[in-house]
Design a protein around this ligand. Structure first.
Ligand SMILES: [Zn+2]
Length: 279
């Protein structure tokens, strides 16, 4: 949800189109520096949330952050910015912060995963008073990006070894582009079984529901409207009716937010099967 005009505006915008979960940037995602939150910002955000039907808020970190960067200057900036992200979530009462797994920049995947794990562990250690949980997101595996195999997430979770502070976000477009099929019931079940075995469903705290503009296994990350991409509507029907994810926030990151989020939201809600006897 766009935050123009103040963070609380994202809550109001979400409320206006009927969201019960929203995702926001708590700072400009294209800048290293952030403007400190004022007490008024925090209060207005809390008030808007208390008044609304929005039950879950997830924050997404800035695009510049690369916690696996081999370049020391970039890594240092990333660590500072990431700590700021966690502190902002803490102040705003946002329990979950999604981050991309970063890029190893030709240093190799093993080194990249090691550096990423060390970075996350360091920042979690520096924010020990906070209960904000970092969610590492599955990725499409563009360029030297990490996180396109479920095993990458498992490695970082094992290395960091802080289960109360670390979880996972699953993005349908990203895993599909990375080569995990979702198109048929058989493929969906197989992918989710694998996810459960390697990552664990209890470590999943939010889902990004995006269709994919690029082909299966292309490792290119381009989001499409629900049912209009290469994944297709069936996968989303399986997802919204998957009882394991009943209490998991499902978030849209599809294009043209303002015009199309209501449309995509309606599509997803329309796919939920109403079984007799349940409300
Ligand atoms: Zn995503």
């Amino acid at each position: 949800m766009p935050t123009a005009g103040g963070l609380y505006r994202a809550v109001e915008r979400g409320e206006a189109i009927g969201c019960d979960a929203i995702q926001i940037f708590t700072r400009n995602p294209n800048q290293w520096e952030s403007k400190p939150l004022t007490d008024a910002d925090i209060q207005r955000f809390a008030d808007a949330l208390a008044k609304s039907r929005v039950r879950a808020v997830v924050a997404h970190d800035a695009y510049l952050i690369n916690l696996a960067a081999p370049d020391r200057t970039v890594l240092k900036k990333s660590l500072i910015a990431f700590q700021d992200e966690i502190e902002r979530c803490h102040l705003l009462g946002i329990p979950h912060l999604v981050t991309h797994m970063g890029s190893h920049m030709e240093a190799g995947e093993d080194k990249g995963l090691r550096r990423l794990s060390d970075s996350i562990a360091k920042v979690i250690g520096k924010t020990a008073k906070s209960s904000v949980r970092v969610l590492i997101e599955t990725t499409a595996g563009q360029g030297t990006g990490l996180g396109y195999r479920f095993e990458h997430l498992r490695t970082v979770m094992d290395n960091v070894n802080q289960p109360e502070r670390l979880g996972v976000c699953l993005d349908t477009c990203h895993i599909f582009a990375a080569g995990y099929n979702l198109r048929t019931q058989y493929a969906y079940r197989k992918t989710m079984r694998k996810f459960g075995e390697i990552v664990g469903v209890n470590n999943l705290f939010c889902i990004h529901a995006n269709d994919a503009k690029k082909l299966f296994g292309s490792r290119v990350d381009r989001h499409a409207h629900i049912g209009e991409g290469e994944i297709g509507a069936d996968a989303f029907r399986f997802l919204v009716n998957d009882r394991r994810f009943r209490n998991t926030p499902i978030l849209l990151e599809t294009p043209e937010a303002e015009a199309m989020h209501p449309v995509n939201l309606r599509k997803l809600r329309g796919m939920i099967r109403r079984t007799r006897g349940t409300v």
